[in-house]
Design a protein around this ligand. Structure first.
Ligand code: ADP
Length: 396
């Protein structure tokens, strides 16, 4: 079956067409600036990227442009739209209601709308994308795959915050976690590579991208994760602060004359390694600046790795051990210095990496732990689109 995978943001739409039998990507691309003007990027397998500027007042026009590109006579990956057997949508927040992926119907949409307060920027955009596909591909089954669902196995002691219980009862204030599709994909792949049953392994997945989170996976189930009610909690990220004392929110607001939205904007968009370094949120720029002696870039990198290592240590405690540590996403797959720095704090767990091997791994699936390491350490590229396509096929 050919599956169209859609990841809808407020003004963008990423897509891939995946052949579920061969798991090959037939075409992929992106619509940008939806609601502003509109630009389609389309790359067929093995072909050149085409860029087309065309008005996209809403996501519906964007989906229509994607479908037109897919059946374009010269470069289209499909000869007919009827080849698309199903559509898989990334949906950010499923609250407590969605513990796994689900076929999309009216009840599904109502359920996602009901938890939109928890992800006010993302869930409404996801629903717009779903409705656009429903309108343009009537009768094609659609599936929603949640970022949060994998973490619904966390025990209550892990997901509760230490605040009055009524906030949980009345407003579902708790840790949900994100990047679940990636953590699930990578932990399953780790078990395959190690050649042991998933149920027998304690794995810590470090998804280190512009958004970054860590997950403790015990026997295939998420038992703790670093992102929380929103993706702001946990690690220091590209522009997000990660964990801070909430009192700093009030203090900064008072000093800078900001309201809640203003401080949240600071914590989400003007903090993290970019805010600390004053250089960039991109690790390639940061590493280059640090190599040239930029002290704040060095500090940002040191803080990033230190925070990752502290979470890995705490998750080893949460699971009473760890068998496998897996690095994934842009930084985890491509930045050997970060992996080496993180692992340097973990020697007490018996983590030893092969420094030479580690330096060579950029985006490949490879073991980087030394032969005598008590914990296996891997780089495992994530593939959220493939994971969504697999879930979609399984459900339809
Ligand atoms: P997100 O999906 O959250 O936007 P990514 O997983 O794409 O983030 O990760 C982005 C980060 O990964 C950036 O800091 C970037 O510097 C780093 N990165 C991505 N690709 C490479 C690469 N080929 N070499 C070095 N760093 C990379």
């Amino acid at each position: 079956m050919k599956v169209l995978v859609i990841n809808c943001g407020s003004s963008s739409l990423k897509y891939q067409v995946i052949d579920s039998e061969t798991e090959q990507v037939l075409a992929k691309g992106l619509c940008e600036r939806i609601g502003i003007d509109g630009r389609l990027k389309y790359t067929p397998a093995g072909g050149e990227t085409e860029v087309t500027d065309a008005p996209m007042p809403t996501h519906k026009e964007a989906v229509q442009m994607v479908l037109d590109a897919l059946v374009n006579e010269k470069t289209g990956a499909l000869s007919n739209l009827s080849e698309i057997g199903a559509v898989g949508h990334r949906v950010v927040h499923g609250g407590e209601r969605f513990t796994k992926s689900a076929v999309i119907d009216d009840e599904f949409i109502a359920g996602v709308e009901a938890v939109s307060d928890l992800a006010p920027l993302h869930n409404p955009a996801n629903i717009i994308g779903i409705r656009a596909c429903q309108a343009l591909m009537p009768g094609v089954p659609q599936v929603g795959v949640f970022d949060t669902a994998f973490h619904q196995t966390m025990p209550q002691k892990a997901y509760m915050y230490g605040v009055d219980y009524k906030y949980y009862e009345d407003y579902q204030v708790r840790k949900y976690g994100f990047h679940g599709t990636s953590h699930s994909f990578v932990s399953k792949r780790a078990a395959e590579i190690v050649g042991k049953p998933l149920e027998s392994l304690k794995t810590i997945v470090c998804h280190l991208g512009n958004g970054a989170s860590i997950c403790a996976v015990d026997g295939g189930k998420s038992v703790d994760t670093s992102m929380g009610l929103s993706p702001l909690e946990g690690l220091i990220m590209g522009t997000r602060s990660g964990d801070i004392d909430p009192s700093a929110v009030e203090y900064i607001a008072n000093k800078e004359g900001l309201d809640f939205a203003g401080v949240m904007n600071v914590l989400n968009k003007k903090s993290g390694v970019e805010g600390i370094s004053g250089v960039s949120s991109d690790f390639r720029d940061l590493c280059a600046a640090a190599d040239e002696g930029n002290e704040r870039a060095k500090l940002a990198l040191a803080m990033f790795s230190y925070r990752v290592a502290k979470y890995v240590g705490s998750y080893a405690a949460a699971m009473n051990g760890v068998d496998v540590i897996a690095f994934t996403a842009g930084i985890g797959e491509n930045t050997p210095s970060v992996r080496a720095d993180v692992c340097s704090y973990l020697k007490f767990l018996g983590v030893e990496i092969n420094e030479e091997l580690n330096k060579e791994v950029h985006g490949d699936e490879k073991k980087i732990s030394a032969g005598d390491s008590k914990v296996l350490v891997y780089v495992i590229p994530t593939n959220e689109e493939l994971a969504i396509a697999r879930e979609t096929v399984a459900l339809v």
